[in-house]
Design a protein around this ligand. Structure first.
Ligand code: 13P
Ligand code: SF4
Length: 355
């Protein structure tokens, strides 16, 4: 394998983090539960939430008969639903993906300002410039990108399929231009022997997991298995017993004989982990801090924008919360997204076999 880091693109130094909801706002969310539930039913909306949204949002999703999933499942569920109003509780790229796949449905989000630091690391202008430098490379974009970046890509992939796609393209002899997550890019290169030109973006949540501190936690819990999302730094991923997407981490914990786990991903996943495995113990992997202050504390600030109050606002005023994607961009972005969905189906059915 060879991994070449791209160094002529601009990565924001300050991601302009949003203000987190206050404790009062979070408390108010609990009080809004019944109102939100009634409204979802009345509007006949399908709520699709990511595991990183708050516990209250995930409980609401369960009560409303919605779906909680990783980014790949969210995309599939939105596409396959026969409901005309899709309510996506997550970050912007998740809502955009739903809209790209279902242009005739109304897709709303509680907060359209729910960004993702990875998405912010890759502008479409930078991508066009770098593509011109590596004309022979196949452009593979992580799902955590804008619709415009997807439209410039050959493939879209989520964390649950990234290594498999790396192997598939390597089998076909195709070098990869990977955007935008540096850690996932190096993990794919490592696992699949791919030739990768790797964008230097980062997720501010996962980038902060800290290998030295993890050594200490492992010593304190010698029997615990370490489960990590591949957006974490390579030295943390190297210490993991299992590396996977949010849904894959959940499935691994459920099926494992082990009783204790150290979890290296966003902290709201603990809700589902504990629900699925009530008798198992889950410990947070440690994050780096500066002067005792952690930037994310393993809690995505943009996911936090999905309050129940904002969800109620979205259902009451859908025109102010609707996703729209330019039709030309949508049609271009649809191709690599559909390629990903059929790649996933072909892997499952055995039509594609990887060596
Ligand atoms: P998953 O696809 O594993 O759900 O990850 C999405 C994400 O944003 C991770 O930070
Ligand atoms: Fe983006 Fe990281 Fe938040 Fe996931 S956890 S949505 S990658 S900023």
């Amino acid at each position: 394998m060879s991994l070449h880091m791209i160094d002529n693109v601009t990565i924001p130094s300050d991601f302009n983090l949003p203000k987190r909801p206050t404790l009062e706002e979070k408390k108010k969310d609990d009080e809004l539960f019944e109102e939100a539930l009634e409204l979802i039913k009345k509007k006949n909306a399908l709520l699709i939430a990511h595991y990183y949204t708050s516990e209250t949002m995930q409980r609401l999703c369960e009560a409303a008969g919605g779906a909680i999933g990783d980014s790949l499942e969210m995309a599939r569920i939105g596409r396959d639903s026969d409901k005309n109003l899709i309510l996506v509780a997550g970050v912007r790229f998740m809502g955009e993906t739903a809209k790209i796949l279902s242009p005739n449905k109304t897709v709303v989000m509680p907060n359209l300002k729910a960004e993702c630091s990875l998405d912010m690391c890759c502008t479409v202008d930078d991508l066009r410039k770098v593509k011109a430098q590596y004309p022979k490379a196949t452009v593979v974009a992580y799902a955590n990108t804008s619709a415009a970046v997807k439209a410039e890509s050959d493939w879209i992939v989520t964390s649950s399929l990234a290594v498999e796609l790396g192997k598939y393209l390597t089998q076909k002899g195709e070098p990869i231009l990977w955007v935008p997550d540096r850690h996932l890019g190096s993990y794919i290169a490592n696992q699949s022997s791919s030739d990768i030109y790797c964008w230097p973006g980062r997720c501010i949540v996962h980038d902060a997991f800290e290998a030295n501190a993890l050594e200490f936690v492992k010593k304190e819990h010698p029997k615990a298995l370490v489960l990590v999302h591949p957006e974490a730094p390579a030295n943390v991923v190297e210490m993991a017993d299992y590396v996977g997407s949010t849904s894959q981490i959940l499935a691994y914990a459920k099926n494992s004989e082990a009783e204790e786990f150290i979890i290296g991903t966003e902290r709201n996943i603990f809700y589902k982990l504990q629900l699925a495995c009530p008798n198992k113990t889950f410990i947070e992997a440690p994050v780096a801090s500066t002067k005792g202050y952690c930037i994310s504390c393993a809690n995505c600030p943009w996911m936090e924008l999905n309050t129940l109050q904002s969800l109620i606002d979205a259902l009451n005023k859908p025109e102010e919360h609707s996703l729209s994607v330019d039709e030309n961009i949508r049609l271009q972005a649809l191709k690599p997204l559909e390629r990903m969905l059929s790649f996933s189906a072909d892997l499952k059915s055995g039509k594609i076999v990887l060596s």
